[in-house]
Design a protein around this ligand. Structure first.
Ligand SMILES: [Zn+2]
Length: 93
């Protein structure tokens, strides 16, 4: 399992992968010391089902902007496009 740390520098993102939480934490602190926003993708908890596609439209993770996962045991997710559609429907009522 790999920790992915993404430092969001104005010139572009710096992405690093770490095998341990400790190493990832060091990188996070290094970025934050520079005042740089950090995004961290941590390993999924044991038993978690990581969805790779939207449960509503079926599009793959790579085909959508964001894929938001539901509870880890449920293995469901919704993409940004389906959320936008849901918002339109809700606003119509
Ligand atoms: Zn979708």
């Amino acid at each position: 399992m790999t920790w992915v740390v993404r430092g969001q520098y104005p010139s572009g993102d710096v992405v690093e992968e770490f095998a341990t939480e400790e190493a990832a934490q060091e990188a996070i602190e290094r970025h934050r010391a520079n005042g740089v926003p950090v995004a961290v993708k941590s390993p999924a908890p044991p038993g978690a089902i990581v969805p790779t596609r939207c449960s509503f439209c079926g599009q793959d993770r790579d085909a959508v902007g964001h894929l938001i996962a539901g509870p880890s045991q449920a293995g469901v997710a919704i993409c940004d496009q389906c959320i936008a559609l849901c918002n339109k429907i809700l606003q119509g009522h």
